[in-house]
Structures are given as C-alpha cells and as structure tokens.
Design a protein around this ligand. Structure first.
Ligand SMILES: [Mg+2]
Length: 219
C-alpha cells in the first residue's frame, strides 16, 4: 500500500537486538565480572561490590540473556524493579563502557542475514540502511568495524546516532520504516514522520521472520 504519494520506501535496521546479539554479549561480560575476582577502581568497583554482596531472594546468577531482555523492557516501560534488577541495572553498562573490543566482538543475531536479505528483496538493497544508537565513542567506532566485518552495508548507508527521531526528516520524499527491538525508539522514530516495526523476539530467526512478514504487509 502506497501512502501519501511517497515513491520510495527506506528500511532502517537497528543493531543491538536486531542485527547484533547484544544481550548474550552483555550477560557474558556481567557473569565474568560478578563471578570473578578483579578489583576495579572507583565507581565500577563500588557498584560491582554491591552486586556481589546482594543476597535478596530474587537474586539469579548466572545472569541470562532472558533476564537482561526482560530488565530492559521493564526499564523502558518505567516499571518497578526488584532489588537484584536494580543493582544489575546500576552496574550493567560498566563492563561495556569505553570498551571497543566488547562491541567489535559481539555475536551476530540469529536471523540477521535472513532479515537483511529479505529487506533487500522487498525494497531494494539501496533502500536498506542501518540506524543504531551508540553508548559512547568507543562503541561508535566498534559498530562501524562490526558492520564492515559482518554485513554488506557501505558506510553511506550506516547512521549511528542516539536521536533516531532526527532521521525521517532527512528523507522527506521517502517513507521511512524502522525495525527495532525497543518501543522507545519506535516511538521516537514515529514522532517525526517515520513508522516502526518491533523486532520480537529480539535477536532471533523468529523475530526476523515476524519483522519481514510485517514489512511485506506494510509496503
Ligand atoms: Mg536495539
């Protein structure tokens, strides 16, 4: 279905939770720190000690990917967190801040290649972009490296910025559709003229199939 006379449809693919299995990488990094004996300086060390000292009945260790996916959903929905979720929330970005290697080595999500190929087939390769929000400078460089190594996207079709709502206005003659695992970014993107598809289950082949089916019905 064509809408509002826009002749071109551009699909934007999120990285973490869509092309990249961010949660499994984060779970591994957290488990290594919580189960290990490294004394980190300053605030990282203090926050990690709080995680290690936590003894509440809701404590689950090792941390699983599912735990982190659920925690992120609860945070985005501004739901109340349990004690264990709170100490993990406070610590979880410490191991992956200013850590190029972490971001560069994250595993590709299940279904990522299938999703990319399917989007190319549906709207044309030249109309598929990557749109990812970075955590910090180190993650920006590492994300570019990761995409060059794992995907066919040229630099001119890679956009790495936090304010995803700034992107649809850059393509005023096009219909812009974002495939993203987070409601937060779908809402942002939609607030400035874009449309969104929630990629769920995140980082999975089932999610890739769901997103492609939704996309095929939208265009
Ligand atoms: Mg994401």
């Amino acid at each position: 279905m064509e809408t509002s006379g826009k002749h071109r449809t551009i699909v934007f693919l999120d990285m973490d939770g869509v092309l990249v299995d961010f949660s499994i990488g984060l779970a591994n990094a957290l488990n290594k720190d919580i189960g290990g004996n490294i004394d980190y300086p300053r605030s990282r060390g203090k926050k990690l000690n709080k995680v290690k000292a936590y003894t509440g009945p809701d404590k689950v260790f090792p941390i699983t990917k599912e735990f982190l996916v659920n925690l992120l959903k609860k945070r985005d929905a501004k739901q109340e967190l349990t004690g264990w979720e709170t100490v993990i929330k406070r610590y979880q970005y410490s191991p992956i801040t200013d850590n190029y290697d972490h971001w560069a080595r994250l595993p590709k999500a299940d279904g990522a290649d299938y999703l990319i190929r399917g989007c190319f087939d549906l709207v044309g390769e030249e109309n598929v972009y990557v749109l990812s929000a970075p955590v910090d400078e180190a993650s920006i460089d590492a994300k570019k490296y990761w995409l060059a190594k794992n995907t066919p996207f040229p630099p001119e079709r890679i956009i790495i910025r936090e304010d995803k709502d700034a992107v649809p206005p850059l393509f005023p003659d096009s219909r812009c559709i974002l495939i993203d695992d987070r409601e937060k970014y779908k809402a942002l993107f939609s607030s400035s003229g874009g449309e969104g598809i929630i990629h769920t289950p995140e980082a999975s082949m089932e999610g890739a199939k769901n997103s492609l089916l939704t996309l095929s019905r939208m265009i």
